[in-house]
Design a protein around this ligand. Structure first.
Ligand code: FES
Ligand SMILES: [Fe+2]
Length: 349
């Protein structure tokens, strides 16, 4: 069931999205990932550094400190740390301290900074799903970066939410065009080693103002994909390709890319990006995507935070039941639990 039966709530050998690229500058950017305080900044050459966000001298939060050259200078007594985390200066004495800040491997891809929380020697960029295939950092695609949000709920509730899009017909009844039909569209589960996709294809959807805005020249009905594709605990893609019903030819792809980064065991950073490969410069579509995100996200937040309040309480609750549409969410839970278990087993060896 949703609070995973596993002893640790999340896998650590994983790339997690720490920030949008544009959020990381020459100033210190503080965040918390998997319960650890972290600061991010750019060196003078522009590369991203991620270090522990607590000064080991007297635990001053380093996001209240400053960048000097390529180093971080603690705002309390001025200790300075280089990009590897090594202390290089203690102003009150001639020699630096042997103190070292924990440093985290980072990569910058698809307009985002990805942080590795496992053992640094295992940080392999190939373990990050193919962002370009979804349209991130790819020529010929237009991308919107929706404002990040912080949800007071365990990250598995967000994964559950995204893997069962039948909730669109109820939670987003008035915000997603034609949402009322989604729950009844048949689904199939496409499982590969890299991903689990609970795919729905809505066939023969009559013309409507939403399709007209996306594809003004198109006449007739549209087949629309409602994919829910789990790529790893940090990344889920929804949406997908729209087709001309008559010919089956693709009209374009509109992906919703969801980056999920646990903040603590009961809170999660949530980043949404929309990526499309048609009318990429059309400001009306950009405005529509951003507006939809603005309307949809609070509804998901409300559901997740309300469920977290129940799970965190001592309230008696019924035994969880699942139905056919939960096949994707259940398989994902199994994959995630296997990932956590495999990690714990290899650490115990
Ligand atoms: S707490 Fe950072 S230098 Fe003292
Ligand atoms: Fe939703």
């Amino acid at each position: 069931m949703t609070p995973s039966a596993e002893p640790q709530p999340y896998p650590r050998r994983q790339w997690w999205m720490a920030a949008y690229s544009h959020e990381v500058t020459r100033a210190l950017f503080g965040t918390t990932v998997l319960g650890e305080k972290i600061v991010l900044y750019r060196t003078e050459a522009g590369s991203v550094v991620a270090l522990s966000g607590l000064c080991p001298h007297r635990m001053f939060p380093l996001d209240l400190s400053r960048v000097v050259g390529d180093t971080v200078q603690c705002g309390y007594h001025g200790f300075r740390f280089d990009p590897t985390g090594r202390c290089v200066e203690v102003p009150s004495q001639p020699e630096p301290s042997p103190a070292v800040l924990k440093s985290y491997p980072v990569i910058e891809q698809g307009g985002a900074v990805w942080l590795w929380t496992g053992e640094p020697e295992l940080a392999d960029p190939k373990r990050l799903p193919d962002l370009g295939a979804m349209g991130l950092g790819q020529a010929g695609w237009g991308v919107e970066h929706h404002p990040r949000s912080l949800l007071k709920g365990r990250y598995t509730l967000l994964i559950d939410n995204l893997l069962d899009l039948s909730h669109a017909s109820f939670l987003h009844e008035h915000t997603i065009p034609k949402a009322e039909a989604v729950a009844r569209v048949p689904h199939e589960l496409i499982a590969t080693e890299q991903s689990l996709n609970l795919r729905r294809l809505g066939c023969g959807i009559p013309p409507n103002p939403f399709f007209k805005l996306l594809f003004p020249a198109h006449e007739g009905s549209v087949d629309q994909s409602f994919d829910a594709e789990y790529l790893c605990p940090a990344l889920i893609r929804t949406g997908g390709t729209l087709y001309d019903s008559a010919s089956g030819q693709p009209l374009g792809t509109l992906n919703f890319i969801h980056a999920i980064t646990p903040e603590t065991p009961t809170s999660v950073h949530y980043f949404v990006m929309t990526a499309r490969n048609f009318r990429t410069d059309d400001p009306a579509i950009t405005a529509l995507n951003l507006k939809m995100g603005q309307a949809i996200q609070p509804q998901d937040t409300l559901a997740i935070e309300a469920i977290e309040a129940v799970l965190s309480s001592a309230l008696p609750r019924p035994v969880e039941v699942s139905v056919k549409a939960d096949v994707g969410a259940i398989q994902v839970r199994r994959r995630l639990e296997a990932q956590i278990r495999a990690e714990a087993a290899s650490l115990a060896r």
